[in-house]
Design a protein around this ligand. Sequence first.
Ligand SMILES: Cc1ncc(C[n+]2csc(CCOP(=O)(O)OP(=O)(O)O)c2C)c(N)n1
Length: 190
Amino acid sequence: MRRIDALKAIYPDFEDHLVVTIMGAVAVEVYSLGHRPNFFYLEHSMGLASSVGLGLALCLPDQRVVVFDGDGSVLMNLGTLSTMARYHPQNLVHVIFDNESLLSVGGFPTATSAGTDLAGIASASGVENVAAVTEPEEMKDAFSEAMRRDGLSVIVAKVEAVGPTAFAMNIGLLENRFQFERYIKELRSK
Ligand SMILES: Cc1ncc(C[n+]2csc(CCOP(=O)(O)OP(=O)(O)O)c2C)c(N)n1
């Protein structure tokens, strides 16, 4: 499965929710499907998208928060899975696209290419709902189930190590940061 196809399969289910992505290829792919003011691309802070997502989920319990992460990023902040499980937000879906590589910086292999099982680590960390998917249809089912549940879900999607041909996005880092902040402030004032 290509990550872009997995994202296309679930875009209608996440477009209206708070979305945080890691930097690089996945940010560009989400952006290419249609940017929304409720999407935040966490540039540079590798490993911390799920931590930002957890903070948002705990502070905004009436919202659904979706995090799009990568295997390399999760491996840099592996404690995030036990922290999320410990604080068990009722509204957080953490999607880890596992392409077994650091695709955005040249494709160096990560530990998942040598057998590390992120779904197994998520379960052993205490995450209630964990799914491992390999096809867009499975992704669609696992994602809509996760969005329906009250709780924390982790979906590990095995994807090919392919990404966009170019990494340009027509939105500046600060513009995205302020737009997302404004979106949240407006939610709170409703
Ligand atoms: C702290 C830190 N270290 C390194 C980088 C450089 N970097 C940017 S993207 C990336 C790879 C991310 O890999 P992964 O999470 O697996 O996502 P993929 O690129 O494969 O989609 C790296 C190493 C960074 N941005 N921040």
